[in-house]
Design a protein around this ligand. Structure first.
Ligand SMILES: Cc1cc2nc3c(=O)[nH]c(=O)nc-3n(C[C@H](O)[C@H](O)[C@H](O)COP(=O)(O)OP(=O)(O)OC[C@H]3O[C@@H](n4cnc5c(N)ncnc54)[C@H](O)[C@@H]3O)c2cc1C
Length: 368
């Protein structure tokens, strides 16, 4: 049988992988519009420092499909430094741990146990969090969390699509807190791939016995025919692993490296609620999470900056100085605009596939 897979990101490559496993004799052609495979998965060694431009960290307890694919491909995982479990939130210009908000949080958490279930099929993250907890909790915790994952607006994004576990806890258990306490304990910690996430793409490309056509943009397709790269391609089945048709957000990814250990606070990084009125969404302390990826004891950080910012590097350096009290000059910096990278699952869109790498691998499996 002949198959055509559209899109050479992790979803398309996973679909080809599962298709070959199920049907080793399948003739597969994968069409990709760029000159490289991998989509948003992109690792860099520019300037002698390791950085991910796209996905970098995965929760051990929430990535079963990614872990299983990594094992099948016999790639090497690295685990996060336990100290990176600590996360920070910027509050009134200072970094604070979520635990420092506990005295304020506990009364809302107890009250939430007794709040009746909502009746709506879907609502915004803000409306959900305000109804079950309070508008203050929505702005202080749900907003930065949403910005950190989706770079989007909690007033527009759907609770059902973006945080399905919370939505289902309310539906099934009657309360988010009840769901949280009764859900099975998941493995803790983060992991990544030893040589960077792009080794996953390289391993798939090497192991997949398929025809890969790069620089071939798909213009039109149906179940059996594709118009791409100026010609018509025919197959028994066409599998589309193109990005979902949803509105998108772009973000600036600013990578910075410093000589020696300049990070005064150790942890995963920090997130910034909208109410702080910053153009930076947050930062990840790469060198503290995966020290094995350091070259010579340097500090590596990645700032995510709102797409509207016209001077993203300066914005990141200013945040570094004001929030982390790091005045040192970076020995390496790079800027990357991840254009239209983050699909926005707005209220009522009905989209329920996960947008994480793990969710994409599952989508690849389901497509097959
Ligand atoms: C900065 C950033 C950080 C992230 N961090 C994390 C993280 O830490 N953890 C996590 O789990 N996820 C993270 N993600 C999300 C994750 O990277 C994506 O969900 C995932 O890589 C999407 O894979 P995909 O194959 O579905 O789509 P894409 O990566 O978008 O791949 C789609 C492919 O289709 C191709 N294509 C598009 N249109 C056409 C066309 N017309 N014809 C032919 N080819 C076409 C594209 O060129 C691309 O190669 C992050 C994303 C970004 C941008």
């Amino acid at each position: 049988m002949r198959f055509i897979v559209l899109g050479g990101g992790i979803t398309g490559l996973s679909a080809a992988w599962f298709l070959k496993k199920k049907n080793p004799g399948a003739k597969i052609t994968l069409l990709e519009k760029e000159s490289r495979l991998g989509g948003w998965i992109r690792s860099s060694h520019d300037g002698g420092f390791f950085f991910e431009k796209g996905p970098r960290t995965f929760q051990a307890g929430r990535s079963p499909h990614l872990i299983s694919l990594i094992q099948e491909l016999e790639l090497e995982l690295i685990r996060s430094n336990p100290a990176s479990a600590k996360r920070f939130i910027l509050y009134k210009g200072k970094l604070r741990t979520p635990a420092s908000f506990l005295p304020m949080l506990i009364p809302y958490a107890i009250r939430e146990l007794f709040i009746p279930k909502g009746q709506k099929e879907d609502e915004s993250i803000y409306d959900f969090a305000s109804r079950r907890f309070s508008p203050k909790i929505a702005d202080l915790f749900f907003d930065p969390l949403t910005l950190g994952i989706y770079a989007g607006d909690i007033h527009k994004l759907s609770i059902r699509s973006c945080f399905p576990a919370l939505y289902n806890w309310e539906k099934d258990k009657g309360s988010v807190m009840k769901g949280l306490f009764s859900s099975p304990k998941k493995a803790k910690g983060l992991f990544t791939l030893k040589g960077g996430m792009e080794t996953l793409i390289q391993a798939l490309e090497k192991r997949l016995d398929i025809d890969i056509v790069l620089n071939c943009a798909v213009e039109k397709f149906d179940d059996h025919e594709v118009i791409a790269g100026g010609k018509t391609w025919a197959a028994d089945h066409v599998i589309s692993a193109l990005p979902p048709k949803l509105p998108t957000k772009s973000i600036w990814v600013v990578n910075l490296a410093f000589e020696g250990d300049v990070l005064k606070k150790k942890g995963f990084g920090y997130l910034i609620p909208t109410q702080e009125k910053e153009s930076v969404l947050g930062a990840v302390f790469d060198s503290a999470i995966f020290p094995e990826q350091n070259q010579r004891g340097e500090s590596r950080l990645t700032f995510m900056v709102r797409e509207e910012e016209t001077h993203p590097l300066e914005a990141a350096l200013s945040a570094l100085d004001r929030h982390l009290q790091i005045g040192a000059k970076p020995i390496y910096s790079s800027l990357f605009l991840a254009k239209n990278a983050i699909p926005q699952m707005e209220v009522g869109c009905g989209y329920t596939e996960g947008l994480s790498v793990d969710g994409c691998i599952l989508r690849g499996k389901r497509l097959v």
